[in-house]
Structure formats: structure tokens, C-alpha cells
Design a binder for this molecule. Structure first.
Ligand code: FMN
Length: 353
């Protein structure tokens, strides 16, 4: 656990405004893109404990975005209050399609667009999308250039270290990042792991330090940030301009608020866990039909139960029920019964599923 003066140091750093292209953010801690988890209900839960400088959507298909109906889509929906700090992440492999998707996001009032060059899921990569673009540097450059020319709002890119079978992986990714910067990309989120990767190995902070040093635009570091201590260590070891929190922000939606206030994020965890989880569950059922709400809740519950040392057992209890009322009751009972098993560090096994 970080000493109070170290917490204050971290809070002061994260509270320094950061310019991203023509805009600025007031917190350097942002929510990473997480498909299936970063839906509107979860973002509202996170935003109710203010502290995140930006919220990202999960990846959206660039082909679908131009004509997508937010009243029907679960992934492409938002509330107006979050738009000034909401970034839409898109994936695709056609420059003109990616540009059209970015234009839609700009017209809707999003903060910016994020181009996914980091996802290593096989179905995405084989279409030359996501981290597949790291193997197609000219296509990646053309996509960034086309998107940049099509919009005025910030253009961000999410990158990872490269591919394991490429002996020059990091070198090539650094070169690509510099090319993207030259094309007018405004910031990079960097996940320092090689693909293919199931997030079981620790992120390589030296990769992040190298990327940071090679670029002038802001770089957000990402990967396994679970505690305030992890965040401070990443900043101090790599000099990154900000941090992007993924799974832990789902497990503890109040994390940003605690980090920015210099508070211990574990204090009163059970109270905060209960209020944020119940609010998210209720909101899911308000926004969407029961089958969809249940599906998203069960996905979220995996991360919620990662807060407990016996997470798999808690998961079974948290998800017992079909109706909203049954699930709320199961959730409250599971939290009450297992308070003593809350653990400061998450159960990473659940986080890697
Ligand atoms: C369920 C899940 C969905 C994800 N979806 C996306 C996505 O849509 N786009 C993306 O760039 N990264 C995605 N990621 C990767 C995260 O943004 C992040 O890089 C990774 O989880 C490491 O950060 P963390 O340890 O803070 O979670 C996803 C990760 C998980 C676990």
C-alpha cells in the first residue's frame, strides 16, 4: 500500500491537465476500451465517481458506425453528459470507411476517435484489423492519414508492442508510432505486450519507456494497473503522460476518484462495491431488454467477483437469478456474506478469462 505522501504525489500528477490535439483533459487517468464491459451503464457507474479524464467505448466496427442507430445498438449508445469526454474506438481495415466512422463520431459530439491497432483476437487480426495493422504499416499509415484529414477532433491510436514472431517487433512498432505521429495522430495508448497474449504475462514497462521517448505526442501507459502503487510505478519507470485503466476500473468503478483524491482505493471498498454494482445492474435493466441486461451483468460480475480471494465461488452466487430483483438480492447477499474475503489485489485468474 502506498504511503500517504506517495498517494498525494500520484494525485498531483494525475490532476495536471493534458493537451490532446485541440482539446485538453483535466485528469491523466483514463478508462481503456473494453468491448462488452465499457457499455453505457458501466460508464455511467464510473462517471458517478468523477476522476476519469476520458472514457472509451469498446471497439466499434467502422463499417457499422456510419449508419448505426444508438437507440438500437448496445455498443454504440451514450448519454449526452459523457460526450465531451467520450472517445469512440473503431476497428477496420479500409481508410475511407474508418474516416466515415470518425466523421459520424465527430458529428455526434464525441471528444475524439481512437483507432484500434492493438486487439489481437484472431477473428480481428486475420482481417488486417486491430493488431493485424502492426503487420501492415503502410495500411496503418493510410488509415491514420485518411481519418486525420476527415475530422478536426482528436485522433488517438491504441498500440501494443508487436508480434512475438517478429524479431524486430518493438523497433517496427516504434517506427510505426512515429509515422502515425507525423500523420497527425494526437495521442497513443500503449499496451506493452507482444501478441498473441492472454494477458497472463506482466506488461513490459521498458517497451513503454521506449515508445514514450520516441514520441512527442502524449502516451498513455496501459496494462495490469490494479493499485495506486502500480500506477505510480508505471509513471516513474516510463515517464508516460497518463495511464489507461481497464479491468480494474470495471472491478472498482470508484478507482479514478480515489486516485485523483489521493485516497486509499481499498478503504470502504465493500460500501462502494455495493452501491456501484447495484446502480450498474439497475441501469442495465433500465436501458435494455432483460436478456441483454443479464448478459452484460454476467460479464461484469466476473470482474466484480475478482475483488474476492475466492472469486469463482462468489461469481456463482452473484449471478444466481434471472430477474432484476433476483439478481439484486443475490448480489447484496453475496457481498454481505463475503466481506471478509475482499482482497486488495484482484484475483487475476478471473481477470484473465
Ligand atoms: C474483456 C476485454 C475487452 C477488451 N476490449 C478491447 C477493445 O475493444 N479495444 C481495445 O483496444 N482493447 C480492448 N481490450 C484490452 C484493454 O483495453 C487493455 O489493453 C487490457 O485489458 C490491459 O489493460 P488492463 O490490465 O488495465 O485491463 C479488452 C480487454 C478485455 C479484458
Amino acid at each position: 500500500m502506498l504511503a500517504p505522501d506517495q498517494r498525494e504525489k500520484l494525485a498531483a500528477y494525475l490532476s495536471r491537465p493534458l493537451h490532446i490535439g485541440s482539446k485538453s483533459i483535466s485528469s491523466r487517468a483514463v478508462l481503456a476500451p473494453l468491448a462488452g464491459l465499457n457499455h453505457q451503464a458501466m460508464r455511467e457507474s464510473i462517471a458517478s465517481c468523477p476522476g476519469a479524464g476520458l472514457l472509451f467505448t469498446g471497439m466499434l466496427s467502422a463499417r457499422a458506425v456510419p449508419t448505426e442507430n444508438p437507440r438500437k445498438s448496445h455498443a454504440f449508445s451514450w448519454n449526452k453528459q459523457e460526450l465531451p469526454f467520450l472517445v469512440g474506438q473503431i476497428f477496420g481495415n479500409e481508410p475511407a470507411q474508418m474516416a466515415a466512422a470518425a466523421q459520424r463520431l465527430e458529428a455526434e459530439g464525441f471528444f475524439g476517435v481512437d483507432i484500434n491497432m492493438g486487439c489481437s483476437v484472431a477473428a480481428i487480426v486475420k482481417k488486417k484489423c486491430g493488431a493485424g495493422l502492426l503487420r501492415e504499416p503502410d495500411l496503418a499509415r493510410r488509415i491514420a492519414a485518411c481519418v486525420r484529414n476527415a475530422v478536426n477532433f482528436p485522433v488517438l491510436v491504441k498500440l501494443r508492442s508487436g508480434w512475438q514472431d517478429d524479431p524486430r517487433a518493438l523497433e517496427n512498432t516504434v517506427r510505426l508510432a512515429q509515422i502515425l505521429e507525423a500523420e497527425g495522430v494526437d495521442a497513443v495508448t500503449f499496451h506493452p505486450r507482444l501478441s498473441p497474449d492472454r494477458r497472463t504475462r506482466p506488461p513490459n514497462l521498458s517497451h513503454l519507456a521506449i515508445i514514450k521517448q520516441a514520441l512527442k505526442i502524449p502516451v498513455f501507459g496501459n496494462g495490469n494497473l490494479c493499485t495506486a502503487g502500480d500506477c505510480l510505478a508505471m509513471i516513474e519507470k516510463t515517464n508516460c503522460d497518463g495511464i489507461a485503466l481497464g479491468r480494474m476500473a470495471i472491478a472498482r468503478p470508484w478507482l479514478f476518484q480515489s486516485l485523483l483524491a489521493g485516497e486509499d482505493e481499498f478503504e470502504e471498498a465493500i460500501v462502494k462495491l455495493r452501491s456501484s454494482a447495484v446502480a450498474c445492474l439497475n441501469r442495465l435493466f433500465e436501458l435494455w431488454e432483460p436478456g441483454v441486461a443479464r448478459k452484460y451483468y454476467k460479464k461484469y460480475a466476473l470482474y466484480l467477483s475478482g475483488n474476492f480471494s475466492s472469486g469463482s465461488r462468489v461469481y456463482g452466487k452473484l449471478t444466481k437469478g434471472e430477474t432484476k430483483q433476483e439478481l439484486v438480492e443475490a448480489l447484496e447477499a453475496a457481498l454481505d456474506e463475503n466481506t471478509a474475503e475482499l482482497s486488495r489485489r484482484p484475483n487475476m485468474l478471473l481477470f484473465s478469462m
